[in-house]
Design a protein around this ligand. Structure first.
Ligand code: PGA
Ligand code: MG
Length: 233
């Protein structure tokens, strides 16, 4: 069980709520082909997701999770533009919800938790993508990787949500699949829950030391009781 002080939940998106690998990998591969390069595999792209679209394309251009520091800025710019072209054109395909996500979010909402989305994905995609998934109405605030000056693993997005919600760090938990989520939560003074099914550069999320590690999204319900119950004690 998480602290009974928890009033809000910040959710990561890619690898936590939706399996975005198929859509992101396809757009990255198509962008490489547009530039006359060989496409990347879905498996490779899986290890490059987590730090936003530009970093995904830097890694794709380099064929490595550690991007070549000498990539020409114009090449990165072109690759990113082609990525946005392909990804934006197929937002409604290739990003299925993980099992249990819709019902669990509905139940947590019903239990009285306030919810925010904190993703490193570019903010421009969030309204349409979340509407397509049928999840928009749960989130009071949706932040993308380019919404603020800093993104996860920096604590800034979590601090922004706390300020907007008028809450202290111990009143919010971050739920995510990668080191960026766990490190951002720790730096903000928030609890964290790590999900094992997402993308964490191939490293088990437990190694980052989140407060709880879950294999299934719906197991969140056991950690976060109905708010009315918590408030009556
Ligand atoms: O798109 C990314 O690179 C990561 O997105 P996430 O923060 O929702 O996992
Ligand atoms: Mg993620």
């Amino acid at each position: 069980m998480l602290s009974s002080e928890i009033r809000a939940i910040a959710f990561d998106l890619d690898g936590t709520l939706i399996d975005s690998v198929p859509a992101l990998a396809e757009a990255a591969a198509a962008a490489l082909v547009d530039l006359g390069m060989a496409p990347c595999s879905e498996l490779a792209a899986r290890g490059w997701i987590g730090n936003g679209a530009e970093m995904l394309m830097r890694r794709a251009l380099s064929g490595n999770v550690n991007p070549d520091p000498n990539l020409a800025p114009s090449l990165v710019e072109q690759a990113l533009a082609r990525f946005h072209h392909h990804y934006g054109a197929h937002l409604d395909q290739g990003s299925p919800l993980y099992p249990g996500v819709a019902d669990t979010l509905a139940a947590l909402h019903q239990r009285g938790y306030r919810m925010a989305l904190i993703t490193n994905k570019p903010a421009r995609y969030l309204p349409d993508l979340m509407a397509t998934c049928g999840l928009s109405h749960y989130f009071e605030l949706m932040l993308g990787g380019d919404s603020l000056a800093q993104r996860k693993p920096d604590p800034m997005p979590l601090q922004h949500v706390l300020t907007q919600f008028g809450l202290a760090p111990q009143q919010m938990v971050m739920v995510g699949d990668s080191r960026n989520d766990i490190e951002a939560a720790r730096a903000a003074g928030c609890a964290s829950v790590g999900l094992t099914y997402g993308y964490n550069y191939g490293q088990p999320i437990a190694e980052l030391g989140p407060d709880h590690v879950l294999d299934h999204f719906e197991h969140l319900l056991a950690l976060l009781p109905a708010r009315q119950e918590t408030e009556s004690v």
